[in-house]
Design a protein around this ligand. Structure first.
Ligand code: SAM
Length: 209
């Protein structure tokens, strides 16, 4: 993240958090249990939404400015059995099949390679484990929003921490060998128009491999 974006991130997202994101986060995380890894945890927007049934929570955030805010939020509202690690999503310092669930929210827009990130997420998930995602994505092809996303992206990704707005993230999750269940596509209210199309849901690592 740029210095500016990490400094204003929570304020930049506040209107959308209030309008819809907080509710979506809460519902997505409500049924999780056991050992959970969140990748790209940012300033900790999901923290308040993890249920008590999550008995071990690992928050991974490589950006020192975001990680500092995450640690501050955690200190203000301590949660048992929770640790913060600095790992990049493409090099997670955990054994294979280590977690019952992996959570990524508003992350896959900004990683250099979705395929590498998703392969690593799949590796640390146990067979049958849940990959919980909430991402902003490309608008449907042929729409004027998609046209504008393509025009704005080259500049936007430089000011917003490599954030891409034309990614077909659901296809990337499937291509990584995760079974995508029901996906909810909804507009992120009170966000910039290029960021509004979102998807969220749960994909599972197949039990057989
Ligand atoms: C848009 S913020 C989202 C933060 C948080 N997940 C949320 O829902 O508000 C993207 C986060 O992903 C992190 N990030 C970017 N590239 C990453 C990578 N390769 N590995 C892990 N985290 C990464 C950034 O540092 C940033 O904190």
């Amino acid at each position: 993240m740029s210095w500016l974006m990490s400094a204003i991130y929570d304020r930049f997202m506040a209107a959308s958090e209030e309008a819809c994101l907080a509710e979506w986060r809460h519902a997505l995380l409500a049924d999780l249990s056991g050992a959970v890894l969140e990748v790209g945890a940012g300033t900790g927007a999901n923290l308040a939404h993890y249920p008590a049934s999550v008995t071990r929570l690992t928050l991974s955030e490589p950006d020192p400015r975001m990680s500092r805010q995450l640690r501050t939020r955690l200190e203000a509202a301590p949660r048992g059995a929770t640790e913060v690690v600095d790992a990049d999503v493409v090099a997670l310092p955990f054994p294979d099949a280590h977690f019952d669930a992996v959570v990524a929210t508003l992350l896959l827009c900004s990683v250099p390679s979705q395929a590498l990130a998703l392969a690593e997420i799949r590796r640390v998930l146990r067979p049958g484990g849940a990959f919980v995602f909430l991402e902003h994505v490309a608008a449907p092809k042929g729409t004027s929003r998609r046209l504008w996303q393509g025009r704005v992206e080259p500049l936007w990704k430089h000011v917003a921490g490599n954030c891409h707005v034309t990614r077909e993230t659901q296809d990337a999750i499937s291509a990584a060998g995760l079974d995508v269940g029901d996906v909810t596509a909804q507009s992120m209210r009170r966000a910039l128009p290029i960021l509004r199309p979102t998807i969220r849901g749960i994909a599972r690592r197949p039990v057989s491999n």
